[in-house]
Design a protein around this ligand. Structure first.
Ligand SMILES: [Cu+2]
Length: 149
């Protein structure tokens, strides 16, 4: 019985330490190594319309069955539950960057017109697991100039 109580405490503490960043829509995040890993999913939301009207592209996203962290290398691929990051590429150009948190992707300075933002969910060894493409049209803003910093 004591062993069961200790296990329960470990689970409860694990949940408390992992709430927030990994909260998911239908179930809490895994807190113990998993015998089998469910398929990693990347859910990307449409750019925020208010910001887009000002020429600022803000893309929010979340993952399921994979935690976004700045951890890399073959040993990290073996960690359970799985870790990973997102590769972001704008308009197919060279210059993909690794996004290593669940913070939104914020892009300023795109010229008015259609753009494609490719978001690829990668494991810690940069193998692509799944991807989503965001199609966005940056409007001509007042004065004809996009947002500037
Ligand atoms: Cu990578």
């Amino acid at each position: 019985m004591q062993k069961f109580a200790q296990s329960l405490l470990a689970v409860l503490l694990g949940v408390a330490a992992n709430t927030g960043a990994m909260a998911q829509a239908d179930h809490p995040p895994a807190v113990l190594p998993l015998a089998t890993e469910a398929e990693a999913k990347l859910i990307v939301y449409p750019p925020q319309p208010d910001a887009l009207a000002r020429g600022v592209v803000i893309v929010q996203f979340r993952t399921e069955n994979l935690r976004i962290m700045p951890v890399f290398g073959p040993k990290a691929v073996e960690v359970s539950p799985h870790l990973g990051h997102v590769h972001v590429t704008v308009d197919g150009r060279a210059g993909t960057w690794a996004h290593t948190s669940l913070d939104p992707v914020i892009i300023v300075g795109l010229p008015p017109g259609p753009h494609q933002i490719l978001m690829e969910l990668a494991d810690p060894n940069h193998k692509i697991l799944t991807s989503e493409t965001v199609n966005v049209t940056v409007p001509v803003t007042k004065g004809g100039k996009p947002h500037e910093h």
